[in-house]
Design a protein around this ligand. Structure first.
Ligand code: SAM
Length: 215
């Protein structure tokens, strides 16, 4: 993702604490209070410019959505979109690194994790940075309710193959796999920015749903 320098970003981000959380560790254990209800919490890691998480929040008012993005210059675009959508009350954007999820959420505080078009990190020596690496799966398992699910979409076949193996090695159960999501598009599919871009070019979109197995 191209990053333009946005010198005004910091002030803009601080001006909307009802939509963008800059110190999410302070809400650990308190996310349901933050939303003011007991609805399930779904988290997207690597939310980018926010189209998916905002679309989901508007389509599903009985679910709370949190979009996590670690770059200021990117999350401000998501914030602009959230403001255009009148800051849905069931949406929060969070500036954080997915590697720090356990500092942001209590064990079992989250009901589902979404990963959309995660950076592929193709070099083997960078495999640990992939959001479906075992070390990230361990973090998701910790913050998710027992049996919590991951829903993952990507255009990158190699990352998809890697993720299938990584989740399977971890002992996760695959619930659903699509090798060409747009060939038979579910009515409730909300497209991400990257999904729009790649599907317009005719590239297949891979998707899976998996869950952590409780013993
Ligand atoms: N999900 C969006 C979409 O599908 O259009 C954006 C995809 S973009 C390729 C990946 C995004 O994930 C980037 O905005 C990047 O900054 C963010 N990202 C990558 N690793 C991350 C991490 N460890 N924590 C938070 N965000 C991350």
């Amino acid at each position: 993702m191209r990053l333009r320098n946005k010198p005004w970003a910091r002030d803009f981000m601080q001006a909307h604490p009802d939509a963008l959380i800059l110190e999410p560790e302070t809400l650990k254990r308190g996310w349901h209070s933050e939303f003011g209800n007991a609805h399930p919490i779904h988290v997207e890691v690597g939310t980018g410019k926010g189209q998916f998480i905002i679309g989901m929040a508007l389509a599903n008012p009985d679910v709370n959505y949190i979009g996590i993005e670690h770059f200021d210059n990117v999350i401000v675009s998501a914030l602009e979109k959230a403001i255009e959508a009148d800051k849905p009350s069931n949406l929060r954007l969070v500036r954080a690194n997915g590697a720090d999820l356990e500092a942001v959420f209590e064990n079992g505080e989250v009901d589902r994790v979404y990963l959309n078009f995660s950076d592929p990190w193709p070099k083997t020596r960078h495999a640990k940075r992939r959001l479906t690496h075992e070390s990230f799966l361990r973090r998701y398992e910790a913050i998710l309710v027992p049996g919590g699910e991951i829903h993952f979409k990507t255009d990158n076949r190699k990352l998809f193959e890697y993720s299938l193996v990584s989740m399977s090695d971890y002992g996760m159960k695959l619930l659903d796999v699509a090798l060409d999501l747009h060939a038979d598009l579910p009515e409730d599919n909300i497209m991400t920015e990257y999904e729009e871009k790649f599907s317009k070019k005719g590239q297949p979109i891979y998707r899976l749903e998996s869950k952590f197995v409780t013993l």
